[in-house]
Design a protein around this ligand. Structure first.
Ligand SMILES: [Zn+2]
Length: 183
């Protein structure tokens, strides 16, 4: 217990607040004696986490979610009507985990001219993702910057064009710009 040297009406509010807090502590102790807390249930996975399990908390949560989704899907298969909210949660969970980031891809577009000349233009960075459930499924999505820790490769989109800069110059078109449009 705190000891207060001052007493009477000159005591500042902070001290009074301390006294009130002390009273609250006393009541809490008394309450604990009268109503002892229940012993944690060993069968309940929410109770009794040790430090290591705290560290693995995220992974555990993930696994639990996965198990919940699996059991919810099993329920749905056996005719159980899931709530729209639950269906939406399951759909989001599955979508978020369906695709695994695999490779950074730099995409180029190569314009091959009939004359044998070609021009290559950078088009953007992609993220190659592989399906966790279907090994043959791959997809590519645009990304502004490479994803750290993944290997890199290039992809080329090919087109053929009837004329290139060299051909048009030979055909009498000056490379000096007469008109300019911005995309
Ligand atoms: Zn050409």
């Amino acid at each position: 217990m705190h000891q207060h040297e001052r007493s009477g009406l000159d005591r500042p509010e902070a001290d009074l607040a301390d006294d009130i807090a002390d009273c609250d502590d006393d009541f809490a102790e008394l309450d604990a004696l009268i109503n002892p807390k229940p012993v944690p249930d060993a069968d309940d996975p929410e109770e009794g986490f040790d430090e290591l399990e705290e560290l693995l908390g995220e992974a555990m949560k993930e696994r639990k979610l996965g198990e919940s989704v699996k059991s919810a899907r099993a329920k749905a298969r056996s005719g159980y009507q899931l709530a729209p909210d639950d269906l939406e949660r399951i759909r989001k969970w599955e979508l978020a985990r369906e695709w695994q980031a695999a490779t950074n891809v730099a995409l180029f577009h190569r314009y091959a001219c009939a004359c044998g000349n070609h021009q290559t233009v950078f088009e953007g960075l992609l993220l190659e993702q592989r399906s966790r459930t279907n090994a043959t499924s791959i997809r590519w999505t645009a990304q502004a910057t490479p994803t750290a820790g993944l290997p890199k490769k290039t992809a080329i989109r090919k087109s053929t064009v009837p004329m290139c800069q060299r051909c048009t110059a030979q055909a009498g078109y000056s490379l000096n710009t007469d008109l300019e449009w911005s995309a």
